[in-house]
Design a protein around this ligand. Structure first.
Ligand code: SF4
Length: 447
């Protein structure tokens, strides 16, 4: 059972030094108990207390990392049922299924999809993370060869077989990648647990129902394995959905540790229709899969899934923001127009996209407005003349141009007089209110 705030407080140094970011150890203890703080924020906890507190401060759904390297996806680590309560932490990893009975050309085509299906959106690269390699042939050598081939796909690996000997063959080829082992069941638990422990790989536990699932995870955790992913075994949409909700709710609201792990789902085993499969997958993005294995990747269904995932897993309390600075668009020179906007990502991408479309070489100044759009930033006093002028002076754009003209968004028209006072010698031009009108406006630009 997790410790209460008071129980945690008893294990802290009680010096109230404030280095953890809150003024007292009691406040820190309360934050730790409610999942709002990380234990690592206090540098003075004794080792003895640390081991007790780590258990108490662990999120109710433990995080599990699949694979190695900076891009290895982390799943789980969730602390809330609903996004509006705080935020969802780790987006579900998307996997493509590859069987060792597929011919070489099909395997290569699927691995190529892992490398190629990547999309740029609001400054982020959206892409799938995992390849699920399934040993359907029953041939350990063949499976090992498939693992070897998939190792340089850029995606992390899931090794799938009920047979521990075949999993061992896959591990022999790819243990250095720390793949996810699928799956330990009641019939092979000890052997697969041994493999997971020896190779320090995460492991999926698969059961016929949630009761059996909890029993199996208790056995694994008693044996020192904590990197666990859950497969409730359900393969109908309704039952699988119910299981996801029950598992999340049991872990979060009942603090039931045996189900406090991320889950894996298989929409491709619930329908033969690719479009329905994508719809089912989107349901699991929202509620509450840790890993979603798709029978194939198709750009037309993968892209919307990736976008839905990005939208659901952004922090609702923090708007997406672009870095403050000078952006060069269409190779500007010293006579090119200078525009300014806010750093709300959507604003930046609309404005920069319209400038690009105009084909007019331009300088775009992006002012840090804490992710607020132009109107909101202006209303909040973050994009007024006395903020814009010092930014224009300091950002370095004056060294890049020989004119002194600044185009401000149409919604900032009221600031033009103030700006002319703050920026003596500059001509302040009021640009369009709507991004769509920027190309026509820029085409009439005269330095
Ligand atoms: Fe207490 Fe540690 Fe925070 Fe200092 S850093 S106030 S000792 S919890």
């Amino acid at each position: 059972m997790p410790l209460t705030g008071i129980e945690i407080f008893k294990l802290l140094p009680k010096t109230n030094c404030g280095e953890c970011g809150v003024p007292t150890c009691l406040a820190f203890a309360m934050n730790l108990a409610s999942g709002k703080a990380e234990l690592s924020a206090c540098p003075y906890v004794t080792e003895e207390s640390k081991s007790k507190l780590e258990e108490a401060s662990a999120p109710p759904i433990l995080p599990v990392t699949i694979g190695v390297g900076p891009e290895a996806p982390k799943v789980g680590g969730e602390t809330v049922m609903f996004r509006h309560e705080k935020r969802f932490e780790n987006p579900p990893a998307l996997a493509i299924l590859i069987s060792d009975t597929m011919d070489e050309a099909e395997v290569s085509a699927r691995l190529d999809k892992c490398r190629q299906l990547q999309y740029e959106r609001v400054g982020l690269t959206l892409k799938p993370e995992l390849v699920a390699l399934k040993a359907d042939s029953g041939d350990a050598q063949k499976f090992g060869a498939l693992v070897n081939k998939a190792k340089d796909s850029g995606c992390r690996l899931i090794l799938m077989s009920d047979n521990p000997d075949i999993l061992a063959a896959g591990l022999k080829a790819g243990a250095d990648q720390k793949p996810l082992l699928y799956a330990a069941t009641k019939d092979n638990l000890d052997r697969v647990a041994e493999l997971a422990k020896e190779s320090s790989c995460p492991v999926v536990v698969k059961a016929a129902d949630l009761e059996e699932l909890a029993q199996l995870t208790e056995k694994l955790t008693a044996g020192g394995i904590r990197n666990i992913v859950l497969d409730s075994g359900s393969r109908t949409v309704r039952k699988a959905f119910e299981d996801q909700v029950i598992i999340r709710s049991a872990a979060l609201t009942k603090k039931f540790r045996p189900l406090g792990f991320p889950t894996i789902t298989f929409p491709g085993e619930m329908t033969d229709n690719p479009m329905k499969e994508a719809l089912i997958a989107s349901m699991f993005v929202a509620k509450y899969a840790g890993i979603i294995v798709l029978s194939d990747f198709q750009g037309e269904s993968l892209f919307p899934l990736l976008v839905a995932r990005m939208n659901i897993f952004t922090d609702p309390q923090r708007p997406l923001a672009t870095t403050e600075g000078i952006y060069e668009i269409n190779n500007p020179n010293e006579s090119s127009p200078v525009l300014i906007t806010s750093n709300f990502s959507l604003t930046y991408f609309i404005v920069s996209g319209e400038i690009e479309t105009s084909k007019v070489p331009s300088w775009l100044l992006v002012k840090d407005t804490e992710g607020l759009s132009v109107m909101t930033a202006w209303a909040a006093g973050k994009l007024s003349a006395d903020i814009i002028a010092p930014f224009v002076k300091k950002c370095g754009v004056m060294d890049k141009i020989k004119h002194q003209k600044l185009i401000i968004p149409g919604y900032l028209a009221a600031e033009s007089g103030g700006l002319e006072e703050e920026l003596p010698g500059w001509e302040i031009l009021v640009g369009p209110r709507e991004g769509a009108h920027i190309p026509a406006y820029l085409k009439s630009w005269q330095p």
